[in-house]
Design a protein around this ligand. Structure first.
Ligand code: AMP
Length: 122
């Protein structure tokens, strides 16, 4: 899929401070905040601050510092949210088939309840 970044997406607006968010963690290159429509007792989104559309875009073009920061941020949020022991799920939807709603890379961290099977029928 094309990696053309739309800077009017809602997470870009959050990063510019144009709309509020419920921050869990901020690091040099990443931001984690609570999902506005939580699907589980723990539902946190982790995003890079850079203009990346999807995980593959980020993995191909981000700097090593951004990738390390983002990965560590996910680890810190899992610890802070207390989901390590009981288990959790990371999801990063991409593009049309992935049913991505917001075109700025985000990893969902979901936990706090049994989540069921990974995929539902389309
Ligand atoms: P996805 O379908 O993977 O693109 O998921 C986008 C997620 O962003 C959904 O779970 C939404 O509930 C969430 N979301 C949309 N707008 C906001 C917002 N302003 N603050 C926090 N989460 C949001």
């Amino acid at each position: 899929m094309p990696h053309t970044y739309d800077d009017q997406n809602v997470f870009a607006k959050i990063l510019r401070g144009e709309i509020p968010n419920n921050t869990v963690l901020e690091t040099e290159h990443s931001l984690a905040f609570h999902d506005i429509e939580p699907q589980a007792p723990c539902h946190v989104l982790v995003i890079p601050k850079g203009p990346y559309v999807t995980y593959d875009h980020f993995a191909q073009e981000a700097s090593d510092a951004e990738i390390a920061d983002f990965t560590r941020a996910i680890g810190k949020v899992c610890k802070m949210a207390g989901v390590e022991d009981d288990g959790f799920r990371l999801i990063s939807n991409a593009g049309e088939n992935g049913v991505q709603e917001v075109p700025h890379l985000h990893v969902h961290i979901l936990g706090g309840r049994r989540l069921g099977r990974m995929l539902q029928p389309a």
